[in-house]
Design a protein around this ligand. Structure first.
Ligand code: MTE
Ligand code: MO
Length: 548
């Protein structure tokens, strides 16, 4: 008796389901295994990390600009969707070729293991989650596909539990596709029970793995909680009273940690134990290598400075800029102690490459970090040890340089080299070797498409930055009319952004507001718009509003 068309359709759908359940089981077991290794070793994270590094720069740029800090969630979702599609395909294959389907799951495990093994600073054990997960997934698929074999009768009461069906013994060659004519249905009930059990077990396993991973890094957390930042030897002057205009809708002068932008390639934020952390300083022109502990840094004279950080991926009017009060060790002091001289004094290295625990490399000009500006190895942000998201235990901060050429988080190594000899991570991906921050200004209020009341006076306000040069002037114009001088808030330092406000008497209709800043070198922001690649966007920010 040939199975009915209906039965065949149902069986196909259940084959797809078997693939999904097997994929789910693989990821769940991998997640739990990762808890025993380290969260970074979970296959989705490892494959995600590898794909971030392999992503063409244009696509990566698009992702940062369009998904912002959500880019990683979008990436991981994408990976899960792709995995689900392959899982369905393997489930369908397993309907005909059980072993081939199961082998396919193992192949995916191998891809995950390869990704994990080739991440920077991978540990040998990092392959375990992918491999263990894949074995579990393959077993689940093999078992479930067996329940879908034609002619396997539902075991009746009294039968041996789990009586293997004929398909279990069938050869796993292309021949089993042409297995003897099915004699009836398949074990639908047995399948659903087994699939349900596997899915439930996977959900439990996955949730346990997730929560263990979320709590990993307990030592790192404890080490951070134990930090007492000493009073800085060179404190920052208090922020001038008039630096924060405190207008509704205007960014606060000091960005709270929680709303400080975050841009990095880390799918799992590194949690570094400060008590075992070391910083190695080595390379060209070094008289003596340094190997410093966190306490070594804490014991030094600390400086405290307000510095505005900016990402090169910030589009005109964009959000990737924030201002904080940093505490740290003056970088030039450390370099001088190691015998480093800047190129202008005969030093052999013109590039300082910072390496992070997650393999990021960021290159800064030695000349710049030793030119007297407050380049630092930062330990604290806004009075607290650095948050994990922002680089605990130690990161670099260099006033006036975009983050990708200066602000290495989770720092672990400083190497003196040359720009001729070495290209850092982002430089290999089409960004410029050197990238001072461009003068920029942004309208924070009114918001785009705001509807205003004609006849009222509305404060047009925002921020402008030209780190290490300082903002000298901000101008606003309406509908391409004459430029009007905005009032500048008090300057904190030339390394911080500056607020501005211009009172506008609103007339009815639709209006375009534009802003431009001039730095203290006398350079005015160009009108010409260029994109963020290769060294930062230019152009005037504009906002369209309605008034009636
Ligand atoms: N380890 C590491 N450090 C990094 C990055 C990164 O991807 N990994 N991104 C850099 C970039 S592009 C910027 S703009 C700043 C952002 O710092 P924040 O996330 O603390 O705002 O960190 C820099 N430091
Ligand atoms: Mo950046």
């Amino acid at each position: 008796m040939r199975p009915s068309r209906g039965a065949r359709v149902v069986r196909t759908a259940l084959g797809a389901l078997a693939g999904l359940v097997a994929g789910f089981a693989a990821l769940a077991v991998a997640e739990l295994t990762a808890a025993a290794v380290r969260p970074q070793a979970s296959p989705v994270t490892a494959v995600g990390g590898a794909s971030i590094d392999l992503t063409p720069p244009a696509l990566k740029n698009y992702a940062v600009e369009h998904f912002g800090t959500n880019d990683k969630t979008v990436l991981q979702l994408g990976i899960v969707v792709v995995l689900a599609l392959f899982a369905v395909a393997l489930g369908l294959i397993a309907l005909r070729l059980r072993r081939t389907g199961a082998l396919g799951v193992l192949l995916f495990g191998a891809v995950g293991a390869l990704a994990a093994a080739t991440r920077p600073y991978a540990h040998p054990a990092d392959v375990a989650p992918s491999l263990v997960g894949a074995v579990a997934g393959a077993a689940v698929l093999y078992g479930l596909a067996g329940r879908l074999a034609w002619g396997v009768r539902r075991p009746r009461r009294g039968d041996r539990a789990g009586t293997p069906g004929p398909a279990d013994d069938a050869p796993a060659t292309a021949d089993d596709a042409a297995a003897p004519a099915p004699t009836g249905g398949f074990d639908r009930r047995g399948f659903l029970l087994a699939a349900g059990a596997a899915a439930a077990a996977s959900a439990g396993t996955g949730l346990l793995g997730r929560s263990l991973n979320a709590h990993s890094g307990a030592q790192a957390t404890a080490s951070r909680a134990a930090v007492r930042l000493p009073a800085p030897a060179s404190p920052a002057a208090p922020v001038p009273a008039g630096a924060d205009l405190r207008l509704p809708g205007l960014s606060r002068f000091l960005t709270p940690d929680g709303s400080f932008y975050r841009v990095d390639t880390a799918l799992v934020v590194p949690r570094v134990d400060a008590t075992t952390w070391r910083l190695r300083v080595h390379g060209k022109g070094i008289a003596g290598e340094l190997d410093l502990s966190y306490d070594d840094l804490l014991r030094r004279d600390l400086i405290e400075r307000d510095i505005t950080l900016t990402c090169v991926s910030n589009e005109v009017g964009g959000p990737y800029v924030g201002n904080a009060r940093w505490i740290g060790v003056r970088l030039a002091d450390i370099l001088r102690e190691a015998g480093v001289r800047p190129p202008s004094r005969g030093g052999r290295a013109d590039q300082l490459v910072a390496r992070s625990v997650d393999g990021m490399t960021i290159g800064s000009p030695v000349e710049t970090v030793m030119d007297g500006r407050d380049a630092m190895l930062a330990l604290g942000m806004n009075g607290q040890p650095l948050p994990f998201d922002h680089g605990f235990p130690v990161r670099m901060v260099v006033p006036g340089l975009y983050g990708y050429v200066s602000a290495c988080k989770w720092l672990q190594e400083l190497e003196l080299t040359t720009f001729a000899d070495y290209d850092a991570y982002w430089v290999k991906r089409s960004w410029s070797r050197e990238a001072p921050i461009k003068t920029e200004s942004r309208i924070d209020t009114p918001k785009p498409l705001a509807s205003l009341k004609a006849g009222t006076t509305v404060p047009v306000a925002g921020v402008a930055w030209a780190q290490h040069r300082g903002v000298a002037r901000v101008e606003v114009r309406v509908d391409g009319g004459p430029w009007e001088q905005a009032r500048l808030a008090a300057q904190d330092t030339k390394d911080t952004w500056r607020q501005w406000v211009w009172p506008w008497v609103v007339t009815s209709g639709s209006h375009t507001l534009e802003v431009r800043a001039t730095d203290q070198d006398g350079q005015t922001q160009p009108e010409h718009r260029v994109g963020t690649v290769p060294n930062g966007a230019t152009g005037w920010h504009s906002v369209v509003v309605q008034a009636s």
